[in-house]
Design a protein around this ligand. Structure first.
Ligand code: BGC
Length: 252
């Protein structure tokens, strides 16, 4: 039997977990999902994470994502979850709730590492920007396989607005935008990113990447763009991959 890990992906609408085959980057068995509690306070979310972990009968260290900047296990921003998260120690909270050791990282960083290890950015030598289009816009910067964590490029200011308020998948749905209209916002956004970073590749993920054929052909960019392979599972797979690996904690 190969190496296994557990990944739990905490999002604004759902908390999803699964056991992952770390040799191939695929889920083993079913994904278990519970709705994100409302309000999504740290204690309520920790209870939900506990439910996911117990349901999957996991008893070893695991990885968890968080939809905000995470530094040494602590949440530093909370754009799409309860403001009470800012300053909360995710690893300690989830660790106490489950009795297990936890490695916490930003959700897009987890997705980025999964795409690099197993997905659309595998074997890419240069700088890859993986973005997840969902409730917000998550971004991960990976250079030659090394993650530069917590780049919050979803909040670039474009035409006076926080980019994710126009170019996220949620913005398209909320405002009933056509694919063409949304693609114009996306193009504007990715052009700003490529002008600043000169990446070798954009990987676009999030649930909406399932419909990549509706909007990728509409994007005219200097940088090659591909749809993520792991889609909504990338966060889970990346969290499992990073569990215990390189906790971003400084040596004590
Ligand atoms: C947050 C990011 C997160 C992204 C996707 C943004 O609003 O600031 O940290 O990765 O949403 O959840």
């Amino acid at each position: 039997m190969g190496r296994r890990g557990l990944g739990v992906d905490v999002g604004g609408s759902g908390i999803k977990g699964a056991v992952v085959d770390l040799d191939v980057g695929a889920l083993i068995g079913d994904r278990y999902k519970v709705p994100t509690p409302r309000p999504s306070t740290p204690d309520a979310v920790a209870d939900a994470v506990k439910e996911v972990v117990s349901h999957l009968a996991w008893t070893e260290p695991f990885g968890a994502t968080f939809p905000g900047a995470v530094i040494r296990g602590v949440a530093r921003t909370a754009a799409n979850v309860d403001a009470g998260w800012v300053g909360a120690d995710i690893e300690t909270l989830f660790g106490q709730a489950t009795g297990l050791a936890v490695t916490a990282l930003n959700d897009a960083d987890a997705a980025g590492m999964a795409e690099v290890a197993f997905g659309a950015a595998k074997e890419q030598q240069g700088l890859v920007v993986v973005s997840t289009l969902g409730t917000g816009i998550g971004t991960a910067l990976v250079h030659r396989g090394a993650l530069i964590p917590n780049c919050e490029l979803g909040h670039l200011e474009i035409d006076g607005r926080d980019a994710e308020t126009r170019a996220s998948a949620a913005a398209r749905e909320r405002e009933g935008m056509s694919w063409e209209k949304w693609a114009r916002h996306l193009e504007r956004y990715y052009r700003a990113v490529e002008d600043l970073l000169w990446p070798d590749l954009f990987v676009i993920g999030g649930g909406v990447s399932r419909k990549a054929d509706r909007f990728l052909p509409l994007l005219h960019l200097r940088t090659p763009v591909v749809a993520a392979h792991l889609r909504n599972e990338a966060g889970i797979i990346g969290a499992a991959l990073m569990a215990g690996a390189s906790s971003q904690r400084a040596p004590q």
